[in-house]
Design a binder for this molecule. Sequence first.
Ligand SMILES: Cc1cc2nc3c(=O)[nH]c(=O)nc-3n(C[C@H](O)[C@H](O)[C@H](O)COP(=O)(O)OP(=O)(O)OC[C@H]3O[C@@H](n4cnc5c(N)ncnc54)[C@H](O)[C@@H]3O)c2cc1C
Length: 436
Amino acid sequence: MFPKGFFANVDAVLMETIHIVGAGMAGLSCAIQCAKEGKSVTLYEASPQAGGRCRSFMDESLGCIIDNGSHMLMSSNIATKTYLEEIGSIALVTETIPAKFPFLNPKTGTLWKIEPGFPYPTLWLMNPGRRVPETNPISYLKGIRLSKAKADETVKDVIGKDDPLYETFWQPICRATLNTDADDASALLLWGVVKSFFLQGEKSCRPINFERGLSAALVDPALKYLRTRNADIRYQDRIRDLTWKDNLLTGVRSLEGLHQFDKNDALVLAIPPDICSGIWPNIVSPSKTSPIINVHFRVNEPISLPGGLPFLGLIGTNSQWIFSRAEILSVTISAASKFVDSPSWELARDLWSEILPILGHDLARLPPWRVIKERRATISQTPENLQKRPGARTNLKNLFIAGDWTDTGLPATIEGSIQSGFRAARLALEYTSSNS
Ligand SMILES: Cc1cc2nc3c(=O)[nH]c(=O)nc-3n(C[C@H](O)[C@H](O)[C@H](O)COP(=O)(O)OP(=O)(O)OC[C@H]3O[C@@H](n4cnc5c(N)ncnc54)[C@H](O)[C@@H]3O)c2cc1C
C-alpha cells in the first residue's frame, strides 16, 4: 500500500475545487485522491478521451481494441497498485509468479530466463539457469558501481561497452525501463531501478501485464470512480494559458473562455513538459524526448511464445520485445529514434520477417498490421535531461505540477506519473484545506 499517513493531514472539506489539466495517469491519479478526500474536482482534457500516453482504442483496420503500446508494470510499483486497488481494477492485471523474464537470441537460437530475487536478493545469480548463458555471476556485481555513479555519468561510462553483459543484460534493462540506450542513459537512474527490483527480493521483481488492455484496467474504472463522485470531466477542453495575480493563480483560459477560480481553488498541471512550459513558462523542463514504436499484428489465434509467458525479450534483433495477447501479437522497439522515420509498411514487413522464425507457426503471409509511433513516448533519460526535472511546487501558492517527467526520482513510467499525481494531490489538498 502507499505509505500510511501520506494523506493524513488533509481534512476533507467540500466547496473548494481542485482543477486538474490533463487526464493521463498523473492527472487521473491526482483526481482520484482529491475526489476520495471529498473535494470538488474539475478535469480538463484536450483530447476526446482520457489515458494520454497509456490508452486503448478501437482499431477499425484490425477490427479490435488495441493499446497505443505494450506496457508492463513491476510488482514494486506500489503507488500504481494503490491506484488500481482504489479504483477496483487490481484483478484486471496479471502478475507473473515467481518473477521471470524469458529472453531469446533468434540468431543463435539460445533461449534463457532471468529469474531474479528468490530465495535471497542476489543468490539467484549462483544458478546458471537463472542468468544469461555463459556468464559469470561475479560480472553482475559490477552493477553495484552504479550506486556510486556521478550525476553526469551514463550507464556506458560506469559499466563499459565491452562488458560481457552490456548487450545481453544492461542494454535491454535500460531500453525497457528508461526508454534510453545504455550509451546515453543516466547511471544513477538505472541504479534506482536495480535497487528497487533486483535487490529487494522476488516479490519486487514480478512483471505485471495488462491482459485486458490498458484502458480496461487504468482508465475506464478511474473515470467511473470520478463520475460517481461527481467530478466534472471536460473533454476537448484544451487549456491555453493561465491568469494570476501576485502569487495566486486566478483562472485558466481555454477555447471555451476563461474559467475563473475562487481564491481557495488549486490547479494541477498534469501535461507533457513542452506543453507545460508553453502554458507556464516559469519552469525549466526536460526538452529531449525518446520515441517508442509498437507494431501490432492481427493473427488468427493466440500464439504461444518461446519461454511460455505472454512476453519475450529479444536480443540481437531490431525487435526488442514481443507481447502476445489474444489475437494480437505486438512488437516493441524502445529508444527508437533510429527507426521512427522509416515508413510504417517497411517496419511492419521487416519486423514480421524478423519474428516469423520464432513463432513456429505456419504464418508466412504478413497479417493485418498497425504501426504506432509514439514520437514523444517519454523524456530521454539522460543525465543532462534529468537535471531539468522540476518539483511539484511553483512560485504560485495554488499551482502544482505533475507528470512522469517531473522530479520523482523514478524513471518516466506509469509508477512515476502516479506518484507525481499523488504528490500533487497532497499539495493541492493541503492548500485548499489550509485556506478553508
Ligand atoms: C508506447 C509506450 C510504451 C510505454 N511503456 C511503458 C511501460 O511498459 N511501463 C511503464 O510504466 N510506462 C510505460 N510508458 C510510459 C507511460 O505511458 C507514461 O509514463 C505515462 O502514461 C505518462 O502519463 P502522464 O499523465 O504523466 O502524461 P500523459 O499520458 O502525456 O498525459 C497528459 C494528458 O494531458 C493532455 N493534455 C495535453 N495538453 C493539454 C492541455 N493544454 N489541456 C488539457 N489537456 C492537455 C493530453 O491529451 C494527455 O491526456 C510507455 C509509454 C509509451 C508511449
